[in-house]
Design a protein around this ligand. Structure first.
Ligand code: PLP
Ligand code: TYF
Length: 400
């Protein structure tokens, strides 16, 4: 049965983790995987999460099956975060939100539903994108192509967004094409388009009758919850039927709990109810219904004004710390003798920086210094801290 089974390639990012764990260099630094660590290099357990769990443990509940679409209070809270609780689109019942197994689960449920209603559509992802985007939509049966996004030759070789190329590709796309967009904090580059550029993208999506699928894995890591959500409101204001996947892996530091969601905007409540019924079929045929614990934590935090304020404070601290590390990286590289202008690192946003380093340089960083980033030059700046920053700057300076 298995004689012809080929060995699958390792996930390039998760594979790096294994290599990092096996590295005996005492100074090693993992800037590979997109995970936020605090200034002590520890994965945080947020206070708001601890408080919610404490209350939950004081009144333990039995673990029956959840509804197929998850905890109702959770889904309502997601709608509030993504669209605004008082928004017309939510109040009129035009948003179908289902709890999902992480942001990945939200993408997969959306992909399976789309395959049913638009079986021949092509999916366009950014070049480059989170590699799982391609794999996931390919696995759901779509052919996946890319739109230009990052251009290393832009800004005199420092790198930047090829917006003209992106827009031209979208303009040339066939009606019905599914366009996967990073709502904020683009992974892997760290470059987001401007609000004015979003307006142009939205105009093309509308004019060409494309289907926008917004991946929102980092809401709150750009400029704030509401600020990062503003792009969604723009799509809604344009009257578009959109898909939005949400992840709380990073924003609640709940990676292993697998808490996410998918939201779909319909044209009327009646249409949205039909869409919801189909999303439930997709869930049922994948894993029946979601797990309880992570969703219950997020619902408890978002449903309690004090805990919600605490969460926004803690999320804000993560955001501010990442920005401070970006500045320290720029300053540290300069102090370490790098003459190239690296200030683009502070114009990038979110957890990642496309550093512009070559594959050879990234391999040297890893093998000679134990500093792990991806071969593409991506570094997770959210894993830098006041203890490892100098070492990382020295190492980068030596390979540049
Ligand atoms: N989308 C993007 C752009 C991501 O970077 C990630 C990161 O993990 C995900 C989706 C998946 O999120 P989750 O871990 O919640 O499945
Ligand atoms: O891009 C990252 O590093 C994160 C984590 O298959 C991740 O999004 C990486 C690879 C993967 C799943 C999650």
């Amino acid at each position: 049965l298995f004689t012809a089974v080929e060995m699958a390639p390792r996930d390039p990012i998760l594979g790096l983790n294994e290599q990092f764990n096996a590295d005996t260099n005492p100074n090693k630094v993992n800037l590979g995987v997109g995970v936020y660590f605090d200034d002590n290099g520890k994965l945080p357990l947020l206070q708001c999460v601890q408080a919610a769990e404490k209350t939950m443990m004081e009144k333990p509940t039995a673990r029956g099956y959840l509804p197929i679409d998850g905890i109702a209070a959770y889904d309502a809270a997601v709608k509030g975060l993504v669209f605004g609780a008082d928004s017309e689109v939510v109040k009129s019942g035009r948003v179908a939100t289902v709890q999902a197994i992480g942001g990945t689960g939200g993408l997969k449920i959306g992909a399976d539903f789309l395959k049913k209603i638009s079986p021949n559509a092509t999916v366009l992802i950014s070049d480059p994108s989170w590699e799982n985007h391609r794999a996931l939509f390919t696995n759901a049966g779509f052919s996946v192509d890319t739109y230009p996004y990052f251009d290393q030759s832009a800004n005199g070789g420092l790198g930047g967004i090829n917006f003209d190329g992106m827009l031209a590709k979208l303009k040339a796309a066939a009606a019905g094409t599914i366009v996967l967009l990073h709502a904020c904090c683009h992974n892997p580059t760290g470059y987001d388009i401007t609000p004015a550029q979003w307006d142009q993208v939205i105009a093309v999506v509308k004019e060409r009758n494309l289907t926008a699928f917004l991946d929102m894995a980092y809401q709150g890591f750009g400029y704030g919850i509401a600020e990062d959500g503003a792009v969604i409101a723009k799509f809604v204001a344009a009257g578009l039927n959109i898909f939005v996947s949400t992840s709380f892996s990073k924003s609640f530091s709940l990676y292993g709990e697998r808490v996410g969601a998918l939201s779909v905007v319909g044209s009327t409540k009646e249409e949205t109810d039909r869409v919801l019924s189909q999303l439930k079929i997709a869930i049922r045929t994948n894993y029946s219904n979601p797990p309880t614990h992570g969703g219950a934590i997020v619902a408890a935090v978002l449903g309690n004004p004090e805990l919600r304020a605490l969460w926004e404070k803690e999320l804000g601290e993560m955001r501010v710390r990442i920005k401070a590390m970006r500045q320290k990286l720029v300053d540290g590289l300069k102090a370490a003798g790098v003459t190239k202008d690296m200030s683009f690192i502070t114009t990038q946003i979110g957890m990642f920086s496309y550093s512009g380093l070559s594959k050879d340089q990234m391999v040297r960083l890893r093998t000679e210094f134990g500093v792990y980033g991806t071969d593409t030059g991506r570094m997770c700046v959210a894993a830098l801290n006041s203890k490892n920053i100098d070492y990382v700057c020295q190492a980068i300076a030596k390979v540049i």
